[in-house]
Design a protein around this ligand. Structure first.
Ligand code: NDP
Length: 267
């Protein structure tokens, strides 16, 4: 039996146990998957204790992705570049860190929603851990331009500098967004958690695809997108299921299918 889990604080809301149970059924693998509410100063100790109990791997959610990056003693290229880890595989003494968030987002956009990213103008709102995780997979799709806008402008500028070698991107403050529509807006801020929308010029949403990484509720950003004539409005449920599928394959070598699981989660 495989033993998996997810560390987070809070973690009660996590849908990952349900998703992985479905993947286990589908691939006929016997898996256990538990939610582990982790004290804010206790990630490393909790992870080591889980590993000591024979864990085969685990996911990491807010706010421990950078600590998980430090805990891993081997990193995938994607995790190394992202500087954050959301999946760890335990192989003897090896703790292999991976970041499946970005690939999950790209799979959802391109496969589930049939959106081509090549030659598109993409605007990302936010410059936190999630943005760091999604930048490389998005740039690998060769968009025409990728812009990062953040409330704290310096963070967006720094991210754009850090990733400059991987594609055409720039970073600036939210107030610098032009009144000009873009193809895709990705809300990677945590503003929705506080019931807020990043304060940006409305015209940028006109005819755009608006994607909120947050899931489970109709977010203020999604309502804002509707008011401002977005073409398509999507939440992060697809990304959640797709990133879980990539993690499941990383741990077990078996690739689950996501379509029915996504349908179940949405309903
Ligand atoms: P971080 O805490 O690392 O970053 C938060 C970002 O949001 C910062 O850029 C911050 O700006 C910005 N922000 C917060 N509040 C506001 C506001 N009121 N107005 C404008 N900007 C604001 O969070 P993460 O990057 O880790 O996560 C971001 C979101 O992505 C979360 O909602 C998370 O749930 C979601 N997520 C979803 C996934 C999925 O599978 N669907 C996977 C990963 C993340 P500043 O720098 O100025 O503070």
């Amino acid at each position: 039996m495989y033993q998996f889990g997810i560390f987070g604080n809070p973690v009660e809301h996590s849908l990952s146990p349900i998703i992985h149970a479905q993947f286990g059924k589908q691939t006929r693998l016997n898996i256990g998957y538990e939610k582990i509410l982790t004290p804010l100063d206790g990630f490393s100790a909790a992870a080591k204790s889980f590993i000591g109990q024979g864990a085969d791997g685990f996911n990491i959610t807010l706010p421990f992705k950078v600590e998980a990056y430090k805990l891993a003693n081997e990193l995938s290229p994607q995790a190394k570049i992202a500087g954050a880890v959301n999946t760890i595989k335990v192989e003897g003494d090896k703790l292999i860190g991976e970041n499946t968030d970005g690939v999950g987002l790209v799979q959802d956009l391109t496969r589930n929603l049939s959106i081509t990213l090549k030659h598109k103008v993409i605007l990302i709102l936010g410059a936190g851990g999630a943005t760091r995780g999604i930048l490389l997979p998005l740039l690998q799709q060769q968009p025409k331009r990728l812009m990062i806008a953040n409330r704290t402008a310096e963070k967006a500028v720094k991210l754009a500098t850090d990733f400059a070698q991987y594609g055409n991107l720039c970073g600036f403050g939210l107030e610098k967004i032009k009144s000009q529509p873009v193809d895709i807006i990705i809300n990677a801020t945590s503003a929705s958690v506080d019931g807020e929308t990043p304060k940006i010029v409305p015209a940028v949403a006109n005819g755009a695809i608006c994607y909120d990484l947050m899931y489970g509720i109709k977010t203020p950003f999604m309502n804002w997108a509707k008011t401002n004539q977005a073409k398509l409005i999507v939440d992060g449920t697809g990304m959640l299921v797709e990133q879980a599928a990539v993690a499941f394959e990383f741990w077990t070598g078996k690739q689950p299918t996501t379509k029915m699981v996504l349908k179940k989660i949405r309903s």
